[in-house]
Design a protein around this ligand. Structure first.
Ligand code: HEM
Length: 143
């Protein structure tokens, strides 16, 4: 099998069932990713504007993102259980999110993912997939 075929079959496999949830290290792994994500958002100069959109105390933001990513990655649907239904573009419509803000959010995720002991193919898959809701948010916010 050549490299391209291996990459394609790996990324297909991550979308099946709870494969992504397991590749992310289940709830403990997702919690570490989100903790690193918000720690980076707190101190990366490029993230200053998006950090300012969040509350000073990020406890609830962390919890919500962990719960959401659990279900989004094919694991337990914790966000729905804890908070009810969510529309990701709808939840962000009130914020001024354009290209720069979307890229800053993805930068924090990319740096946070780089700190995790993930398989390189999963890291790439995760970042590619996160672009989809990030782009929908940017479109919904219309900036
Ligand atoms: C595109 C760049 C993005 C920016 C600037 C952004 C910013 C924000 C802000 C300011 C909040 C409100 C504070 C909070 O409740 O923590 C929030 C909430 C949230 N964000 Fe994002 N976000 C972005 C992308 C994403 C993406 C791609 C996802 C999912 C993969 C996501 C998931 C969430 C969730 C689950 C909440 C909690 C919503 C609620 O319960 O009201 N965000 N985001």
């Amino acid at each position: 099998m050549n490299q391209r075929v291996i990459e394609q079959s790996a990324s297909k496999a991550y979308g099946v069932g709870d494969a992504s949830y397991r590749a992310a290290g289940e709830l403990a792994g997702i919690t570490r990713l989100v903790d690193d994500f918000y720690e980076l958002m707190d101190r990366l100069p490029a993230a200053k504007a998006i950090r300012a959109m969040h509350p000073a105390d990020l406890t609830e933001s962390r919890k919500k993102l962990v719960c959401f990513l659990s279900g989004w990655l094919g694991g337990p649907k914790l966000y729905a259980q804890e908070y009810g239904p969510i529309s990701i573009p709808g939840a962000h419509r009130q914020f001024p999110i354009g290209e720069a803000e979307s890229e800053a959010w993805l930068l924090c995720m990319r740096e946070a993912a780089a700190r995790q002991p993930y398989e390189p193919a999963f890291r790439d898959y995760l970042l590619t997939q996160l672009r989809v809701p990030a782009e929908r948010i940017r479109a919904a916010c219309g900036r």
